[in-house]
Design a protein around this ligand. Structure first.
Ligand code: ZN
Length: 294
């Protein structure tokens, strides 16, 4: 029998509140099962506000604290601990390149997770460039790693496709709301309520139809029998339904973020000190929404 308490489960998140928004129930469940849970936060969260004065170092510090407090809610509920790893790429400027890829790959190699969760880069519900790149970095890392160094299973959240459902307990919605409320710089108590209710309803609507249960869903990264990762489909090969979904989500979600990224890192008193060249930038026209002054 395999021992559940021996599993390392890694959750890759672009920003401090993406657990609560994207995969809270599986996060809580992983903790409850006694797994070793690691949250890898890819960016420094310097931009997530409309108030320019708060952007930069001040917001980074606030959101480090908020993330700790949100995790404490899950820890208290589960009696387990979360290990947080901060990759500290500048918010909105997480690149996909050899350097960032090697960092993610080495982290996976070192920590040997049995299970990885990451935002879906191909059937995305959320088109923030950091979200897409967090998912892409995990995908391309797995591609580069030998099968023996890969996790047993990899799941994508914020996905429009479903391979796996976790039934949500009604009482857990309260816990998720409580942890979401800890991100005070992002949401008021009322907003948390709205988000949870909306999430609630989305889950209910989509999953009730599919499974007749309230549940959280993920897409699994499949491999072929000879150990090759199954590649995402080319856009032209996608079904009409998938293309409509793609257009709907890609055109609605980015607008919510554009207003945040109105200043360059230099204008915030910092600078990009890492290789920020992005291998897919020229191929993906959505990148032009990344910063308005670019
Ligand atoms: Zn995010």
């Amino acid at each position: 029998m395999s021992d559940l308490s021996k599993y390392t489960v890694m959750f890759f998140t672009p920003h401090a509140d993406d657990i609560e928004l994207g995969i809270p129930f599986m996060y809580l469940e992983s903790l409850r099962l006694g797994n070793k849970v690691i949250e890898v936060v890819m960016t420094n969260n310097a931009y997530g506000t409309e108030y320019d004065k708060l952007k930069g170092k001040r917001l980074e510090q606030i959101r480090i604290k908020e993330l700790d407090e949100a995790n404490r809610v899950f820890e208290k509920e589960s009696g387990n601990k979360v290990k947080v790893i901060r990759m500290d790429y500048i918010d909105g400027h997480l690149p996909l390149n050899t350097d960032s890829l090697n960092k993610v790959m080495n982290l996976i190699k070192k920590l040997k997770p049995a299970i990885i969760f990451a935002p879906d880069p191909w059937f995305a519900q959320d088109f923030h460039a950091d979200h897409l790149n967090t998912g892409r970095l995990v995908y391309f890392s797995l591609k580069k790693l030998k099968p023996v160094s890969r996790p047993k299973r990899t799941f994508y959240y914020y996905s429009t496709k479903t391979h796996f459902y976790l039934k949500c307990q009604w009482r857990d919605f309260k816990i998720v709301k409580k942890s979401l409320e800890k991100h005070k710089s992002q949401y008021s108590s009322f907003q948390s309520k709205l988000i949870i209710t909306f999430y609630n309803k989305l889950s209910i609507l989509r999953h009730l139809l599919e499974t007749k249960k309230t549940s959280e869903s993920v897409r699994e990264q499949k491999s072929s029998e000879d150990g090759k990762l199954v590649s995402p489909p080319k856009f032209d090969d996608m079904s009409f339904r998938d293309r409509v979904i793609y257009y709907l989500f890609s055109n609605t979600t980015i607008w919510g973020y554009v207003k945040f990224y109105n200043l360059s890192p230099e204008q915030l008193g910092g600078s990009i000190t890492y290789n920020s060249k992005d291998l897919l930038k020229s191929l993906d026209k959505r990148y032009r929404y990344r910063y308005q002054n670019n």
